[in-house]
Design a binder for this molecule. Structure first.
Ligand code: TUI
Length: 322
């Protein structure tokens, strides 16, 4: 069984986090992953505080295992949500899209393990200085808001930069990715895109179908002009957004207005024209809908198989996964 220091630190069976994906990661998905032995994570995204409070209460009813809440720091509701997670004493808080420094004391004083998502060694070191229990080093293969550096380059550099445990994220979709992450020095992985097609994931079926149909080159990043690149599937929306970004005649405000509401249109309505389907570069590897438990078990069985077979020399993993 694949067991690492993060398992003992958080009281989880497997070193697998489910990414906190805005409009996607709710109490049902998070509880399913936690019940399967991973760490399920509810995404606060841009949601109001009441929604997040309800999801935390629901997750507590659905699982007695640890779960986390991801706080998207660009949200206008971050202040209120940070108080709710402290009051509810969730096991883990992960953060994204910003610097969580000013909230960390509140959470740590509440006994919460704070695990910021970082896209650079600088933010990783800052997180460590502020008392983070671990960091998630997320490469630009990820879906959603991304940094500049690939997982392959980022993870070993973050491992060298800090003394706390490092979780790898971005482009990890099967046991080969997990094994590679562990080889880079990580003690666990965060997986987003593959959990999009979990049976317990409540997104529109069109979203799941698009992930399953996607090829390697089917994502792109938009939002670079504003300094907030976001990776999503190539769709009429994302191509139009991309074109507007490079059109100097389109103002920042018009661009912002064009993007507003697009995540909800994808996740809730399955709108293939106007929706923004956040997804990572590993989408091309995701081929079927499965339960969250099957996904976690697959990841761990494949990883274990790779480590077992690797002992004794080089092997070719291609098409050899069990
Ligand atoms: O946060 C994510 N992924 C996300 S957030 C999100 S919601 C959203 N929607 C529209 C526009 C923007 C966001 C969808 N996906 N991943 C974690 C992550 N954090 N990736 C990169 C970063 C990051 C980048 C820069 C963290 C900190 C940072 O700079 C902080 C600083 O101030 O130094």
């Amino acid at each position: 069984m694949i067991k690492t220091p993060i398992c003992d630190l958080l009281g989880i069976r497997y070193p697998v986090f489910q990414g906190g994906m805005a409009w996607v990661s709710d109490a049902v998905l998070a509880a399913a992953v936690s019940n399967a032995g991973g760490l399920g994570i509810i995404a606060a995204g841009n949601s109001p505080v009441q929604f997040v409070a309800e999801q935390i209460k629901k997750a507590k009813q659905l699982t007695d295992k640890p779960f986390g809440v991801n706080i998207m720091l660009m949200s206008p509701h971050t202040g209120n949500i940070s108080e709710v997670v402290a009051r509810e004493k969730v096991a883990v808080v992960t953060t994204g899209a910003g610097n969580p420094a000013k909230y960390m004391k509140l959470w740590i004083d509440a006994g919460i393990k704070v695990i910021p998502v970082v896209a650079s060694t600088g933010l990783a070191k800052m997180a460590q200085r502020n008392g983070a229990a671990a960091v998630i080093a997320e490469g630009c293969e990820s879906g959603g808001h991304v940094g500049e550096i690939s997982t392959m380059a980022l993870v070993p550099q973050v491992c060298d930069a800090v003394d706390i445990p490092v979780i790898a994220a971005g482009g990890i979709g099967d046991g080969r990715g997990v094994a590679a992450a562990l080889m880079l020095g990580a003690v666990g992985v965060q997986v987003g895109t593959r959990f999009l097609v979990a049976r317990e994931c409540g997104i529109h079926q069109n979203y799941k179908d698009k992930i399953i149909a996607a090829k390697d080159i089917d994502t792109l990043t938009t939002g670079k002009r504003r300094g907030h690149p976001v990776r999503s599937l190539k769709t009429p929306f994302s191509r139009a957004f991309w074109a507007k970004e490079y059109d100097a005649g389109v103002s920042h405000d018009d661009l912002e207005a064009f993007g507003t509401g697009a995540l909800k249109l994808a996740a809730v309505e399955g709108d293939l024209i106007n929706g923004c389907f956040l997804a990572g570069q590993i989408s091309g590897l995701v081929k079927k809908e499965q339960s969250a438990g099957e996904i976690v078990e697959d990841l761990m069985r494949e990883t274990e198989m790779i480590f077992t077979k690797t002992i004794g020399g080089f092997i070719c993993f291609k098409n050899e996964l069990p």
